[in-house]
Structure formats: structure tokens, C-alpha cells
Design a protein around this ligand. Structure first.
Ligand code: IVH
Length: 706
């Protein structure tokens, strides 16, 4: 880290003092995060503290404290609640920040559905509550489970606490509810209750909650349900999932039904036919905002017709049929104390503004992103400047500009480092085919860079990577700092690696013990077989994230032919067939293929992969929906489609597990040809590939509308 003295230039006294400070800062951050639901550091800042701690401990092993943060392993997040898997994922919402963004949203919906411009798209509008979402499972009208959102797939089971909330019926009233349904909505705390709670906490000498949202989260996650009961939480129901039978045709009527079942819905819930209608609802809610007794941070729009919602489906984490129109961000001014440079998993150097803490929109902000070198130059921000910052929702605060550029004694412009602050390798800006330099400067150190190594290993074991339970950032840091592991392959020979590093067996380490050591080895062993897509994503290759990994996996199914293609593409270049195979997959660009071939050209990557594959078996990717007749089939669409747009057709085919490709080859299974089909149809006929009309295709996939 810049501004930090390299350990070799430090005296023991200095190191000891800094280690003491780090222990205190990390313990405070842990407590804020785990016990108070009120994190005051970003993940990156927290990681930087731990990295620095590990670095100093490695340089001064004799100064390692008895309460060293690196020994506090496995301080699991509260650990109080059982995990709860959602029947259907709990999605996030895409954001709109302007009227144009809302118009674009309606335009996208129309295009996707193939509706003519100007066709009315009835849409609901309602306040976006700044609380935390909760999913309530009802079976035969009885509340059987309440689960927090968690990572969207899996949350925490907080049923006992949810039962204490008055707005949550333990039994549904009225009639017409499905035998099984998840009711989703927002738990929140009123501003009045928040003020009263903080007054009580202050009197008792406890720490205060930063805002009503954190107070609601903290109150819902109490070990003792009686404490939750005493907190007066509220719940607005606004969505549902996994209903055993349909009960409505529109969003508006469905939510209206909720009232009859005993739920509270937001009084500001309305339905509109036009863009103007939605925008006037937005203005009304924005005006009412100040008078509401709870925090809202925008307006949510949802396409009203449920059959359209079903067709629109979802795109990665967002439904295509809803969007959040956010209120303008809160702003404040403060002093920029220092510019730090962080190094990410793929080597990107990101400048971070360290700020004199200031409250923006109810949250204390002490860091803001400066994005990249060009942004610093554009703003001409320098250390010591007074700056205006803005915070919008969950987005990282941003620096908008300098308030006092003419002040006396201002230092010269900030000089962005040309070498990596962690490993000192050159940091370069890549130039693309068009001769344009990338805005990001990247460390070229690859795996010799401690920061990149750490971030890649953290990614490798993370939820989206191999998802190794009990092996998180803290453990990785610890193993790395002790020289036990240096690459992902070492995780699978951890016992030997610990031994080879001259360390005692894991069960003797502080914070482990016999059970947790055995559990860790077992959860590592449980990942010796991993599906292709997950494995590829875990490798953390640039441009090859979750979505492209899955696309490759679905197309190649088996790892071996895929990796052969990558190797061949690296040898043959962009002219060869292997390159075509990597880039011919719909939705995958040359960037991913280029990153893969770059990766395989490096000997140390090939060695790592070989060592890893000696430990791990990559399983063939399962097709997404194996009961569909098109699952696993390679499909090409050509010509004009009449029942739906090309995008919708492709999205639905992928959702059924088909591989959608842009060109016809001997690997194509089905060509769907509409009127006007030309060369692709001809080629398919020559190759003897099954050719379907749009209607035949819809009949094949069992489209409900045909
Ligand atoms: S609908 C698929 N409606 O906002 C639709 N969400 O940024 C899922 N939220 O995770 C959400 N008020 O926690 C919806 N009226 C509202 C909401 C709302 C607040 C939250 C919810 C969601 C987050 C997405």
C-alpha cells in the first residue's frame, strides 16, 4: 500500500506499534460487521488491513501478538441462524437514474416482447423501501419459514423472529391463496422507532445504529426473539415466488389480494398506462418522501401483466420486467486526506480516496472511489483538497469535484504510480486494436504479486468459485502469510503443505481444534469434483466470469475438448478453427477467448492448472433443464421471427438449456428459420440439419401460447 512503510524499512518498535493498531482496527471492524450489522469499512479496506497485518507478521514473526487478527479464524457471521435455501432466487433490481432511463426500460420491454412502439405497457409504481427483504413461506396458509435474502440463493432462517412482527400473519386470512407460496417484502423500522431505539441504546451506554435500515437488520437478526419483539419492526409485502398455482393475472391485482390475506401493502402502490403516468407517480412519491415515517430511496416499476413478466424472465440478477428509479443521490463535502491504490484480482490498480469521515444520507462515509487514473486527472483531485462527494444507495460513494482548487499550498497534481504498490512490477495501460489505451492501469506481476495472488485465491474458494465451506478470506490470508499455500492446487494438499511449511498440524492451531480442522479437510475434499462452469469461473481468468464460464460449459459440456480448443487457439491464432469454436458461441466475445489464450500461453498457469487437475476432477456440465427436448442442443435462429423477437427467442432457448449459436456448422442441431432466411438455411440444408419453422419450434418447446 502506498503511504505504508515497507516492512524492511521499519524498526521493531514501529512494527509493534502498527501491529497493535491493526489488531484494534480489525477487531473493531469485525465487531461492527458481525455483531452490529453496521460495517464501517468497505470489503477492500478491510482486506487491506488484513493484508498489511499478514505482511508485517511475516516480516516480524517474533512480534506476532497473542491476540493477532490472523489467528482469529472462523469467527463465523453470527452463526446463530440456520441456512435457508430459497425456492426461487431473490433477485435484485436494475436501476434507472433519469426519466430517459425509464423510457429506455419501457422501450426494452416492448422490443423484447415484439410490441410496436407506443403500445401501452401497463406498469405499477410503488415506493422502494430502504429496509431488508424477507421471504415468507406459507404452506396451507401457515407461515412455515422466514428467510433473509442472503446471497439471493440462500439466506438465514429467521422464522422465530419474523413471527414477532405484527405485520406478518402467522396464518393467512381470507381465501384464494395458493397451497404453497413465498410472500416477499421488506422489513423496515420507522424513523420514530429508530430514534427511540437509539435513545434507549445511548442511555444503556450501547453503540448506536447508523440508520433505520441497519437497525432493522440488527433487530431481525437477534438471537433472542424477545428482543426482536421489543423493536417494533414493520413489513410491506410486494412480491411473491414459487406459488403452487396461479392466483392472478396482474401484479396489481395479486398485491391487492395480499391485503385480504392479512398483509400490509404500501399505500402508494398504483398502476399506469404510460411513461408520463409513471413519471408523475415518481414525482408524487418523491414529494411525499419527507413526510413519510420510513426511509425510501426510489420508486419501483413492474410490468403489470404476469404473462408478460413470465416471457420477459430474468437477466442474470435482475428481472427484465422491473426496475428501480432511484432518487438523486445525497451529497456532502469533506476533505480528501489521501489517495490509496488498491490492487485487484486481475491486477487492476484502483485509486481510493480516504476522506475525513462525513455523514451522507445517514451513513458515515470515509472512502470514495476515484475509479482510475483518467478520472483523477479529469477531476484534478489532490491530497488535502476539499471535495464534494455523492452517495447513491448501495453504490460506492463517488468524488464529484474539488471545492477549493485555488487554495494556497496545494500540492502538485497527483501522480499515478507506474509500478504496482504491492509487488513493484510495472503497471501498464493496455492498448487495444484501435490504438486506444485502457482506462485501467494493471500490475503485470500476475501471480508473483501478493495482492493478486491473495485476491485470486479468495475468489477461487469463494461462493462463486469452488465454494469451499470454512475456507474464506481470513483463512486464505493466514495460509498465504505463513507460506503454507501459494496457489489453488495447494489447498487440495493442505495437510502436506502445512507439514512442508514446518507448521504443526492444523488441529493444534489456535482457533481451529480437532472438529473445525476435520470439517475444513472434509469440505475441501467435497470439492474434488466440480462442474465445468464453476471450475472455470473459479480460475478467475480476466473476462471469463460467471456468465461466460457457464456459456463455455454449456457449449462444450466436457472440460477436455474445451481446454484443447483453448490450447489450439493459442497455437493457431485467430485464423484457426479452434478460435472460431471459442468465439462462435452466442454472447461470447473475442475478449474472453483472448484472455483464455493469454492465460494458457503462460507456463506458470499451465503448471498450476496441471497440478490442480491432478487433485480435482472437472465434471461435465449438466444441461440447464434436462427435461426439455432442446436441452443440450445447439440452436441457430435465422430470418424474421413473427411470434417473438430474436432476443426473446434466444433467451428462452438458453433458459431451456439449449446452446444458441450465431452460425451454422456441423455442430448445429436445429435451425429455426423464419421468412427471409438465406445462406444459413441453405448451409443447414446442405449439412442435413433439422430445420424448423417458428411455429414448429414453439410446438417443440411446448410454448403455452401455441
Ligand atoms: S421488488 C423481482 N419492490 O430493493 C422483484 N423490491 O434493489 C424483487 N425493495 O432486493 C424486488 N422496495 O429488497 C421490490 N417495492 C419494492 C421494493 C423492493 C424495496 C428492495 C428489495 C430488493 C431491492 C433491489
Amino acid at each position: 500500500m502506498p503511504g505504508q512503510t515497507p516492512p524492511e524499512a521499519m524498526s521493531e518498535t514501529e512494527a509493534q506499534a502498527e501491529l497493535a493498531e491493526l489488531a484494534k482496527a480489525i477487531a473493531a471492524a469485525d465487531a461492527a460487521y458481525y455483531q452490529e450489522d453496521a460495517p464501517h469499512l468497505s470489503d477492500a479496506e478491510y482486506d487491506a488491513l488484513r493484508l498489511r497485518n499478514a505482511e508485517l507478521e511475516a516480516a516480524f514473526p517474533n512480534l506476532k501478538r497473542t491476540d493477532s487478527p490472523s489467528e482469529q479464524v472462523g469467527a463465523a457471521p453470527s452463526g446463530t441462524f440456520a441456512k435457508a435455501r430459497h425456492a426461487e432466487p431473490m433477485l435484485s433490481l436494475d436501476n434507472a437514474f433519469s426519466d430517459e432511463d425509464v423510457a429506455d426500460f419501457l422501450g426494452r420491454v416492448r422490443r423484447f416482447l415484439g410490441l410496436e412502439e407506443g403500445t401501452p405497457v401497463p406498469t405499477t409504481a410503488e415506493p422502494k423501501i430502504d429496509g431488508l427483504s424477507l421471504s415468507l413461506t406459507y404452506e396451507d396458509g401457515k407461515l412455515v419459514r422466514a428467510a433473509t435474502r442472503g446471497n439471493g440463493q440462500e439466506g438465514e432462517d429467521v422464522t422465530a423472529n419474523a413471527r414477532t412482527i405484527d405485520d406478518i400473519p402467522v396464518e393467512l386470512s381470507g381465501s384464494g391463496w395458493p397451497a404453497r407460496i413465498d410472500i416477499r417484502g421488506e422489513v423496515f423500522m420507522s424513523k420514530a422507532e429508530f430514534a427511540a431505539l437509539n435513545a434507549r441504546e445511548a442511555e444503556a451506554g450501547n453503540k448506536l445504529y447508523a440508520n433505520p435500515r441497519n437497525a432493522a437488520a440488527g433487530s431481525l437478526r437477534q438471537k433472542d426473539s424477545e428482543i426482536t419483539r421489543s423493536r417494533a419492526l414493520n413489513f410491506f409485502a410486494y412480491a411473491w415466488a414459487a406459488a403452487s398455482e396461479p392466483f392472478s393475472e396482474t401484479q396489481f391485482e395479486a398485491v391487492a389480494d395480499f391485503t385480504g390475506w392479512g398483509f400490509v401493502i404500501n399505500p402508494g402502490f398504483t398502476r399506469h398506462e404510460t411513461l408520463e403516468g409513471l413519471l408523475s407517480a415518481y414525482r408524487e412519491i418523491e414529494t411525499a418522501r419527507a413526510t413519510l415515517d420510513y426511509d425510501i430511496d426510489g420508486v419501483v416499476y413492474k410490468v403489470d401483466r404476469l404473462d408478460w413478466q413470465a416471457r420477459l424472465g430474468m437477466q442474470s440478477r435482475f428481472p427484465r420486467w422491473a426496475i428501480a428509479h432511484k432518487f438523486p443521490a445525497d451529497r456532502a463535502s469533506t476533505r480528501l486526506e489521501k489517495i490509496d491504490i488498491q490492487v485487484g484480482r486481475t491486477g487492476t490498480l484502483t485509486p481510493v480516496a480516504r476522506l475525513t469521515p462525513v455523514t451522507v444520507g445517514g451513513v458515515v462515509v470515509s472512502n470514495a472511489t476515484l475509479h482510475n487514473e483518467d478520472e483523477i486527472a479529469r477531476l484534478d483531485v489532490r491530497e488535502g483538497d476539499r471535495v464534494e462527494i455523492q452517495r447513491a444507495g448501495d453504490v460506492i460513494p463517488q468524488v464529484l469535484g474539488v471545492i477549493d482548487p485555488d487554495r494556497e499550498g496545494r500540492p502538485p497534481p497527483f501522480e499515478f504510480p507506474k509500478t504496482c504498490p504491492v509487488c513493484d512490477s510495472d503497471a501498464v495501460r493496455e492498448v487495444d486494436d484501435k490504438g486506444e489505451a485502457d482506462v485501467r492501469r494493471r500490475c503485470t506481476g500476475g501471480l508473483i504479486c501478493a495482492a493478486q495472488r491473495l485476491e485470486r485465491l479468495k475468489h477461487f474458494v469463494s461462493r462463486k468459485g469452488l465454494d469451499i465451506e470454512g475456507l474464506g478470506a481470513k483463512q486464505i490470508e493466514l495460509f498465504l502469510s505463513l507460506g503454507v499455500i501459494s496457489g489453488p492446487q495447494d489447498i487440495f494438499r493442505l495437510k502436506d503443505a502445512i507439514d512442508a511449511a514446518g507448521q504443526p498440524p492444523l488441529e493444534e492451531w489456535e482457533g481451529f481444534g480437532e472438529t473445525s480442522a476435520a470439517n475444513l479437510f472434509a469440505s475441501i475434499d467435497a470439492r474434488r469434483e466440480v462442474p465445468f462452469g464453476r471450475f472455470l469461473n473459479a480460475l478467475g481468468i480476466r473476462h471469463v466470469g460467471e456468465v461466460s464460464s457457464r456459456a463455455y460449459a454449456r457449449n462444450f459440456i466436457d472440460w477436455a475438448p474445451f481446454w484443447e480448443s483453448v490450447q489450439r487457439a493459442a497455437d493457431e491464432g485467430e485464423e484457426g478453427e479452434a478460435w472460431q469454436a471459442l468465439t462462435g458461441i452466442d454472447g461470447l466475445g473475442a475478449a474472453a477467448a483472448g484472455a483464455l489464450t493469454d492465460f494458457v500461453r503462460e507456463a506458470h498457469n499451465r503448471d498450476m492448472l496441471a497440478a490442480l487437475l491432478a487433485e480435482v476432477t472437472v465434471l461435465p456440465e449438466e444441461a440447464a433443464a434436462s427435461d426439455s427436448p432442446v436441452s443440450g442442443k445447439t440452436v441457430v435462429f435465422t430470418g424474421t421471427l413473427e411470434q417473438m423477437t430474436r432476443d426473446e427467442a434466444k433467451a428462452r432457448a438458453s433458459a431451456l438449456g439449449a446452446k444458441v449459436s450465431g452460425s451454422v456448422s456441423s455442430k448445429t442441431d436445429i435451425l429455426v428459420a423464419g421468412p427471409g432466411a438465406g445462406s444459413k438455411l441453405k448451409k443447414a440444408q446442405e449439412l442435413g440439419i433439422q430445420t424448423l419453422s417458428e411455429a414448429e419450434w414453439l410446438a417443440l418447446i411446448g410454448d403455452p401460447q401455441t
